[in-house]
Design a protein around this ligand. Structure first.
Ligand SMILES: NC(=O)c1ccc[n+]([C@@H]2O[C@H](COP(=O)([O-])OP(=O)(O)OC[C@H]3O[C@@H](n4cnc5c(N)ncnc54)[C@H](OP(=O)(O)O)[C@@H]3O)[C@@H](O)[C@H]2O)c1
Length: 263
């Protein structure tokens, strides 16, 4: 099926690892151009080398950028538009979660989650908006988590800020509709990415990955019986960016193996 992504420019905030990197790879395979960013230069270089298997250098733009820093975000977005000839799709995938109960989470951790889940998205959308308008419209895809609707006490700061982002995404789908910009969310459960690999290496370095993730799926009662893979999220991102999703806005697609119970 032709997704209509040929020569579209997809900007992926946090595209050097996990679902962001997989989405970048799949956008290139569909003939799109991609921009990826992250804070760490080494990871960025590695990601670029990986992406060169799927598209030529003139179709890839990469830059170090801390998504919580407005100047960084503006510079990255302007650099992308200059190098790739505009912006059609924005994917907000940068971030990580924080484990901790209410009385354990420090002010700094709250601030960090608020910066990541609100301001990073606000900065990116403000910076991309003029370019999306110039193209006659576009797509914004915010990566979220089932936690947004189903808070868990041990992840209080991430859950609360995720809920706010889901609410913001809905408002923006209405606010930006006159500009023909469609705004949607992808709500993740447990996906096997570097974020989880870091936890595995920290907590159970000697356990075989397949066994670790199998146990994790059992412990978390994931109805499909396994954790998800990055390409299973990236496929949903590409669908939301595709011409087939031209009337989908303000929605959330749960990509969590039936984990969430919220309607
Ligand atoms: N994996 C899951 O099970 C799961 C579940 C629910 C929600 N999510 C969400 O899905 C999104 C992607 O997660 P993932 O699992 O793919 O994580 P990942 O493999 O750790 O990738 C995260 C990406 O974001 C970048 N990043 C993090 N903080 C950043 C910052 N301040 N500025 C710029 N880039 C930043 C990282 O690069 P640098 O570190 O180099 O900056 C990396 O490219 C995150 O928002 C995460 O919270 C994931």
């Amino acid at each position: 099926m032709d997704l209509g992504l040929r020569d579209k420019v997809a900007v992926i905030m946090g595209g050097t690892s996990g679902v962001g990197l997989k989405a970048a790879e799949m956008f290139l395979q569909e003939g799109a151009k991609v921009a990826v960013c992250g804070r760490n230069q080494e990871r960025l270089d590695k990601a670029c080398n990986h992406l060169l298997q799927f598209g030529s250098a003139d179709r890839i733009y990469a830059g170090t950028c801390n998504v919580t820093n407005k100047q960084d975000v503006d510079a990255f977005m302007n650099g992308t538009a200059g190098a790739l000839g505009g912006i059609d799709i924005l994917v907000n995938a940068a971030g990580h979660s924080v484990m901790g109960y209410f009385f354990d989470i420090t002010d700094e951790q709250w601030q960090e989650q608020i910066q990541l889940k609100y301001f990073a998205v606000i900065y990116a959308i403000r910076a991309a908006h003029p370019y999306l308008v110039k193209q006659g419209g576009g797509r914004i895809i915010n990566i979220n988590a089932t936690l947004a609707k189903e808070p868990e006490r041990h992840m209080v700061a991430t859950a609360a800020t995720r809920a706010g982002l889901l609410n913001l995404s809905k408002t923006l789908s209405q606010e930006l509709a006159p500009d023909n910009i469609l705004v949607n969310s992808v709500s993740l459960g447990l996906i096997r990415t570097d974020q989880w690999e870091r936890r595995r290496l920290q907590n159970a370095p000697n356990v075989e990955p397949d066994m670790y993730y199998g146990d994790l799926a059992k412990k978390r009662n994931i109805p499909l019986g396994r954790v998800g893979e990055p390409e299973e999220v990236a496929s949903v991102i590409l669908f939301l960016a595709s011409r087939q999703a031209s009337y989908v806005s303000g929605s959330t697609i749960e990509t969590a193996g039936a984990l969430g119970k919220a309607l």
